[in-house]
Write a protein that binds this ligand. Structure first.
Ligand SMILES: Nc1ncnc2c1ncn2[C@@H]1O[C@H](COP(=O)(O)OP(=O)(O)OP(=O)(O)O)[C@@H](O)[C@H]1O
Ligand SMILES: [Mg+2]
Length: 401
């Protein structure tokens, strides 16, 4: 197979970026580089015609410009089908702006300073994939599964129930008897000492994670294939160890490797987090596309939710945190304590998961998802809606189905 010709366009006034990218592409066969050492406004109108002729377009974002979004939109609209658009921005670009850029259609926003750590390697990966004629999508995003973390503000608030049932619903089963899963879903129990997902999903506990923690090995695909168990509902489970081990035995690189591997084999990787703020949750926060923080609306829980949010956001400023109010149905009119909670959290609850002792009890006792106990119970429907909104915001992998 001959390598495909690929053309890269860079519009940036930054001398360093310009020469780094030009240099990295110079020796590549079948790769054509076009550069304008200027701002998008500076190239004045030519940006559109240039964009429409290239497979990969990198452009510098002027964060102070009022026309930032309009410029980005113009570039995205002008792209060739399947072209990849990357914005280069300052590290402190407000989160909101980065999100807006992605909404408009920018495939990624990379920090302008991290030339050798991020920009050049990403570009290299895109080029290699394109030239190997792999699916015409960017390997960094669309062909990778999404990581969804689930955290809790206090013990027993219902976060594992949400994680397990969201994982089940994310499969988006289709067909006559809703047996065929449209999406591959993995569920990782990182509540290393007290994890309960194995029981909840009716699979045998495994001590694979314990062995990994004890021998210090970095897990790979083979490890995961052996350690993961398919639950009767179809979700692949990496359960917490069946015996106790110290939290500190787990290493950051082990967790990072687990997520790296699972993102390649699954559309969604749902991670049930422990409440302890151990170091190895850093890679989870770094790799998560979204984090659901499950809490109830009582004052102590809300206070601890606020502290957790601040901690998570400090670890990963770009993290999309959504609040889930557990054990309450969505009130028609918010009571004073709801309003007080929202004020303290400075954020609305995105989802409400009602209390339903009977359905939960049966689901837990039988080790089946809520959906199998009662497809129409408000609790089941609330978690299904959460999963559906997740899928809408974070689509499954492209080209895998
Ligand atoms: N919506 C609900 N309605 C009724 N009972 C619930 C609901 N959600 C959870 N429970 C029950 O509350 C208990 C704790 O739930 P779960 O294990 O999901 O919480 P958790 O936040 O993961 O707790 P832990 O701190 O143990 O990890 C369980 O017995 C569960 O059956
Ligand atoms: Mg739990």
């Amino acid at each position: 197979m001959t390598a495909k010709e690929i053309s890269v366009l860079l519009i940036s006034p930054d001398e360093q970026i310009y020469s780094a990218i030009e240099g990295s592409l110079a020796g590549e066969a079948n790769c054509q580089f076009t550069g304008r050492q200027d701002t998008v406004a500076g190239v004045n109108g030519a940006a559109i015609s240039l964009t429409s002729k290239h497979d990969v377009v990198l452009f510098d974002v002027d964060e102070n410009s009022d026309d930032l979004m309009q410029t980005a939109r113009t570039i995205c609209d002008a792209r060739m089908p399947n072209a990849i658009i990357i914005a280069l921005a300052p590290e402190d670009l407000p989160l909101e702006k980065a999100r807006q850029l992605k909404k408009i259609g920018v495939d990624d926003v990379l920090p302008r300073k991290a030339i050798n750590e991020e920009i050049v390697p990403q570009l290299d990966e895109i080029r290699a994939r394109r030239q190997a004629q792999l699916p015409a999508v960017w390997g960094g995003q669309a062909t990778m599964g999404k990581v969804i973390a689930v955290a809790k503000s206090r013990g027993g608030v219902g976060s594992s129930l949400v994680a397990a049932n969201m994982a089940n619903e994310l499969q988006a089963k289709e067909g006559l008897f809703k047996k065929k899963a449209a999406n591959e879903v993995a569920l990782v129990d990182l509540d290393f000492q007290f994890g309960s997902l194995a029981a909840l999903m009716d699979v045998d506990e495994s001590d694979a994670m314990w062995r990994m923690a004890m021998d210090g090995s970095v897990p790979d695909g083979a490890f995961l294939e052996q350690a993961m168990i398919k639950s009767p509902c179809g979700v692949d489970i990496l359960s917490a160890p069946s015996r106790y081990g110290p939290l500190s035995a787990v290493k950051e690189e082990q967790i990072a490797a687990i997520l790296d591997c699972l993102k390649r084999t699954h559309d969604y990787v749902v991670v049930d987090l422990p409440r302890a703020l151990v170091e190895w949750i850093t890679p989870v926060l770094a790799q998560s596309d979204r984090l659901y923080l499950v809490t109830d609306v009582a004052v102590p829980s809300v206070r601890s939710a606020r502290k957790l949010m601040d901690f998570y956001q400090a670890e990963n400023p770009a993290l999309d945190i959504q609040l889930v109010a557990s054990l309450e149905k969505k009130p028609l009119i918010q009571a004073a304590h709801h309003r007080a909670a929202v004020k303290l959290l400075e954020k609305d609850f995105a989802h409400w998961v009602p209390r339903d002792e009977r359905t939960v009890r049966e689901s837990v006792d039988r080790g089946v998802p809520l959906q199998e106990v009662s497809n129409r119970a408000p609790l089941t429907r609330a978690i299904r809606k959460l999963a559906q909104e997740t899928t809408a915001a974070l689509p499954p992998r492209v080209g895998q189905h």
